[in-house]
Design a protein around this ligand. Structure first.
Ligand code: BG6
Length: 327
């Protein structure tokens, strides 16, 4: 089993001018987590294990992400819920373990983060993953994966991934990627997803065959596991009962996975409650259909920005298209 690395740099925030104050605490099973807070009250928690966001709360203290009550916070099992990072392979679309290994490795606080142009956010943390010799036996490439997790002044959650090929043998590498976000919803039957209608998708439940989505917004009444291709940069999840709309803005991530295991698969998962499928929906900004190739020295960047806005959609005051069109 791997040993948790908590380098001295993670015991306190880095001391550069751009550094952000954050708390490092012990979470479930003594695993270290970083806590970010924004002055108005919103907060985020990120486990160093997997660089895994496990909590995102708005300024009323309401949890916006789903984490299973049966999640196992014990390596090498990835945490069920929150935002697992899928790298260097999405799902079982390749020879590696499902969703790659970034989500079940110990990351470090980055002592030397790259400069960021967006300085609006005062609550952020920079994390880094580099492969061990063991990792290189299963994926023979040297890389630096840097993740910035930032909380905006209005409570928006921003994740920026930068992946660099640091191979010294001149070899390129190729990967697929996803931010596997589990959104908390009141009732899956009352949820609509806007922005993916009429698009092509690969259906994981039908041998990854390609189909075209029909009709209006997506609604849910059975298991879904689809990879929508070439999606717009904004997708909205409308939760009628909560009167809340999640808006996902993404950059560098053309695809979007929509997943809900529904009842049978839920029962088959040891780290997922039998009825919990009713209260979650994964909408995952991803790069899958066209894998990313980096030559030595090259870097890829993929970013998401998540907002939760109150919606009075039920009373017809909010046109979902306007949510998508507004900046
Ligand atoms: C989704 C995949 O992204 O993740 C599904 O599309 C998969 O096929 C699901 O079942 C959960 O994966 P895991 O490895 O976390 O159980």
């Amino acid at each position: 089993m791997s040993i948790e690395k908590v380098p001295s740099s993670s015991a306190q925030p880095p001391s550069s001018a751009s550094s952000s104050p954050f708390e490092l605490r012990k979470g479930v099973n003594g695993l270290h987590k970083v806590v970010l807070r924004e002055v108005r009250g919103s907060s985020v928690e990120v486990y160093l294990y997997g660089s895994h966001v496990t909590s995102w709360k708005n300024d009323h203290g309401e949890e916006l992400l789903f984490v299973s009550s049966k999640a196992i916070f014990k390596p090498p099992k990835p945490i069920r819920g929150g935002i697992p990072l899928c790298f260097p392979q999405f799902s079982n679309h390749g020879p590696l373990e499902s969703h790659g290994f970034a989500r079940n490795r110990f990351w470090c606080v980055d002592p030397d983060p790259p400069p960021f142009t967006n300085t609006l956010s005062k609550a952020f943390v920079d994390l880094i993953l580099k492969p061990t010799e063991e990792d290189m036996k299963i994926w023979p490439h040297s890389f630096e994966f840097r993740l910035r997790v930032a909380l905006g002044p209005g409570g928006d959650l921003m994740l920026t991934s930068r992946i660099r090929n640091t191979n010294t043998d001149g070899k390129p590498f190729t990967f697929t990627f996803a931010y596997h976000t589990y959104f908390s919803v009141s009732d899956i039957n009352e949820v609509r997803v806007e922005g993916l209608e009429t698009l092509d998708y690969l259906d994981n439940l039908r041998n990854k065959e390609r189909f075209t989505e029909q009709g209006d917004a997506l609604t849910f009444e059975s298991e879904v596991d689809k990879i929508y291709l070439s999606t717009p940069t904004k997708i909205a999840i409308l939760d009628h009962e909560k009167k809340r709309t999640f808006v996902i803005r993404k950059d560098g991530l053309p695809d979007a996975v929509v997943w809900n295991p529904w009842d049978k698969k839920a029962k088959a998962m040891a780290d997922f409650g039998d009825d919990e499928y009713k209260h979650m929906l994964c909408v995952e900004a991803a790069a899958i259909e066209k894998p990313i190739t980096l030559k030595p020295g090259e870097e890829w960047k993929g970013r998401i920005e998540l907002s939760a806005v109150p919606s009075s959609y039920c009373s017809g005051q909010l046109d979902p298209q306007r949510v998508l069109q507004s900046s």
